[in-house]
Design a binder for this molecule. Structure first.
Ligand code: CCH
Length: 286
């Protein structure tokens, strides 16, 4: 067991568990990034509710939200790290795992700070329905992400995470990966958004997505309607173009915005200590 607060030791163990040869594309990385995002992305700036504090996905109210289908795999992957470092809160472990996964898959270094609590404050509970719906359009994206406090540039940068992982028909109803190498972080997603011809396809389950079939490699890549919208909306598109041609700029902007995502709803004093949570307060403890 590591010493309390030795996040470096936890980082090392997370990096070790990413290799999962039997799972998806051989890595737990993408689903861990999604776990970090969904645990943070319930935040509402106006009411200061939701966010990663409290690790609410352990409970049915949040864990059972259909938007979180499949994320139990991510939580199970992390159990050995929790067992080896029982002092770490789930709220810290899940957000740290997202940051480590991005770095280990070749992405930028994500600034990350610990101190989140697993105390669930009932007055901060987020209602279901705060995460984005891939079938919708630009208005929906703005409604969801402006609520968290992000702007158009940040929405596009964050969407670049779809360079990782895939859709599963038994989770979201969508199917397939966005890029050919979905365990390597890059700006390929933006380049493919602009360079390929995306055609609407209705899957057997009635869900509509966009696809491109490449005859040479015999692979079919996909985009969600919300991904395609980034190329159609006048304010989003210039950012897609910039990130497609400037990988360094994408990495820089992504690191900033992903770090901001993981900090939603968390206030710190000048030493970085979280001031708006109370671990001693009873409630649900892990
Ligand atoms: Fe996402 N995402 N995401 N996404 N997402 C899905 C998978 C991943 C939307 C919908 C979906 C972000 C933004 C959006 C990841 C990271 C981020 C899936 C497939 C859908 C649907 C789920 C399944 O079937 O397993 C929509 C809509 C938005 C709107 O913007 C943001 C922001 C991030 C992170 C910064 C990652 C990673 C995955 C792959 C997960 C996996 O299991 O491989």
């Amino acid at each position: 067991m590591s010493q309390k607060g030795d996040f470096e030791a936890v980082r090392k163990d997370i990096a070790k568990l990413l290799h999962q040869p039997e799972y998806d594309d051989g890595s737990a990385g993408p689903v861990l990034v999604r776990l970090a995002w969904h645990s943070s992305g319930t935040y509402d700036a106006e009411t200061d509710t939701g966010g990663s504090n409290g690790a609410g996905m352990r409970y049915e109210h949040e864990g059972g939200d259909p938007a979180n289908a499949g994320l139990q795999h991510a939580r199970v992957f992390l159990e050995p790290a929790k067992a080896a470092h029982p002092w770490i809160t789930y709220a810290d472990l899940w957000t740290l795992a997202g940051a480590v996964a991005i770095e280990e898959m070749g992405g930028p270094t994500i600034p990350w700070n610990g101190g989140r609590t697993d105390y669930v404050d009932d007055s901060k509970l987020a209602p279901r329905g705060r995460l984005p719906d891939g079938a919708k359009g630009a208005d929906h994206l703005r409604w969801i992400f402006y609520r968290m406090g992000f702007n158009d540039q940040e929405i596009v940068a964050l969407s670049g995470a779809h360079n990782l992982g895939r859709c599963h028909s038994d989770r979201s109803g969508f199917e397939g990966a966005w890029v050919n190498n979905p365990t390597r972080f890059s700006n390929q997603y933006f380049r493919l958004l602009l360079s390929l011809q995306w055609k609407k396809k209705t899957l057997k389950n009635g869900v509509q997505q966009f696809v491109n079939y490449d005859e040479d490699s015999e692979t079919e890549l996909m985009m969600l309607p919300t991904d395609i919208v980034l190329t159609q909306d006048k304010a989003f598109r210039p950012w897609v173009e910039l990130y497609a041609r400037d990988k360094d700029r994408f990495f820089e902007d992504f690191a900033k915005v992903f770090a901001k995502l993981l900090e939603l709803g968390i206030q710190r004093d000048e030493r970085g200590v979280i001031t708006n949570t109370d671990n001693e307060k009873g409630g649900y403890h892990s």
